[in-house]
Design a protein around this ligand. Sequence first.
Ligand code: ZN
Length: 321
Amino acid sequence: MKTMRDTITQLTLPTPYAVGDVHCYLIKGDRLSLVDAGVKTEDAWEALVQQLKDYGYSPDDVEQVILTHHHPDHMGLVERFPNLKLIAAHPKLRPWIERNEEFFSRYEKFFYDMYLEAGVPDKYFAILKSLKKPLKWTSKGGLDHVLVEGDPIPGHEEWKTIETPGHAQSHISFYRSADVSLIGGDHLLEHISSNPLLEPPFEKGEKRPRPMLQYRASMEKLLKREIGTVYPGHGKIFEGAHELICSRLKKQEERAEKVLNMFGDKSLSAYEVCKQLFPKHIETQFGLTMSETLGQLDYLEQQRKLTFKYEGERKLYYVNR
Ligand SMILES: [Zn+2]
């Protein structure tokens, strides 16, 4: 094993979300950087300041923030570091941190059209009005440095970027070959499977991304590398990534099989599938359950097990015989 220059330290911050605490990682190399930056609450900030202090630092010392993806619990406190020289992330994070209004209105329109296509009843359309609510937990800023496949983190050359879209279009992970460790963001968590989430196409006029297929491809990509310690965004630091990836992929395939078995001779909208797949959670976690359902349908479509037709605006899936 080669020697490593950078140290890595896990910091743990509270969030107001069901997922519980979120981690950031302080890496010390040529520069002092924070990978991810919690959620924008006073509780999270106080916890961060205290933990930095425990390691002999203050927020003034943090020179860079590197972001694994755009979700509010990962980039909330970016704007609070007074001496920040650089914010680095995947280019697809840019509209989120720069609050691009054109992107956000496209985002709303995308979900509106998708709900129509999925046969979602009127009552759920009210959710579209609150799509921007989570922005209050997150920071505004400029993206100074973009990281794509293979790029090193500035000032920490031993950490290289791996694009891992699926959970978020902007999602990247960082790999250090010297000790085969991975800073995995929310791509791979030990205690819960991270959901692939629906997002509009990044550029106007593109086809929508298929997050479940991307998530699987990102997982399979990690299987090609040796992986030791994983430093995740939530839950324990863990080993045994390959085994975990295989079980995640298998679970997804089993759920897809369950979805396929719902059909028989019927044709069903995505909403009808979602209702059967998540009878208990569809009401309270509509966005998440619809993302998961469409993910399974995308997968079955790609496997050519399902096909579809349109009835008015509604897309109806049926078994491909
Ligand atoms: Zn996330």
